[in-house]
Write a protein that binds this ligand. Structure first.
Ligand code: ZN
Ligand code: ZN
Ligand code: ZN
Ligand code: ZN
Length: 181
């Protein structure tokens, strides 16, 4: 008799396993192997795809449609990752997707004069260069970020109206531009 009680227990239970249970064990192992194989294949494919996207960046002639993970920045046209908040090449915010109304975030286009959702004027005089510009994130003419700072609470905000979004105090026309780039 085996001195080890665990070994003894194993000897007792093994013969009691019926043929069907052994088959079930084999089946489970097989399924686990298949799952593992699928994961490995999936991982490899993902790797290949990323490598391809990387390759696409260097080749100016590669069609952009097959590069799944990168999209052109709307300011500098360089390819940036999907979901990027800032373009790593030109440093501008929201490099992807449509322009948005600074007040209600409704998508806009550069040819719109007012926001279709909230009626905000989308043609404004840039507070820095005093020239007319589309009300996006940046001035069309001087390229400065269209943000002003409330002198009272220091809240950064797009130049909408003459009152601060946060503290409600009147914001005087700013003469010294704050360069946010
Ligand atoms: Zn860019
Ligand atoms: Zn709006
Ligand atoms: Zn300007
Ligand atoms: Zn304020």
């Amino acid at each position: 008799m085996a001195e080890n009680p665990a070994q003894f227990g194993l000897m007792l239970t093994l013969p009691s396993l019926g043929g069907s249970s052994a088959l079930l064990c084999c089946g489970i192992v097989l399924i686990l192997l298949i799952i593992l194989l699928i994961i490995i294949i999936f991982y490899k494919r993902k790797k290949d795809f990323e490598a391809y996207a990387e390759y696409g960046m260097g080749d100016a002639n590669a069609p952009t449609t097959i590069i799944g993970y990168k999209h052109p920045c709307k300011y500098c046209d360089k390819l940036v990752n999907q979901g990027a908040k800032v373009c790593p090449f030109c440093g501008k915010v929201s490099p992807l997707g449509p322009f948005r109304c600074p007040k209600c975030m409704n998508p806009t286009t550069r040819d719109q004069v007012v926001c279709s959702a909230c009626g905000l004027a989308l043609k404004i005089i840039c507070p820095f260069c005093k020239k007319e510009t589309f009300f996006g994130d940046y001035c069309d003419k001087c390229d400065k970020r269209l943000l002003i700072v409330c002198p009272n609470c220091l809240k950064e905000q797009p130049p909408i109206g003459d009152k601060c979004m946060k503290c409600g105090k009147k914001i005087k026309k700013q003469t010294t531009p704050k360069v946010v780039k």
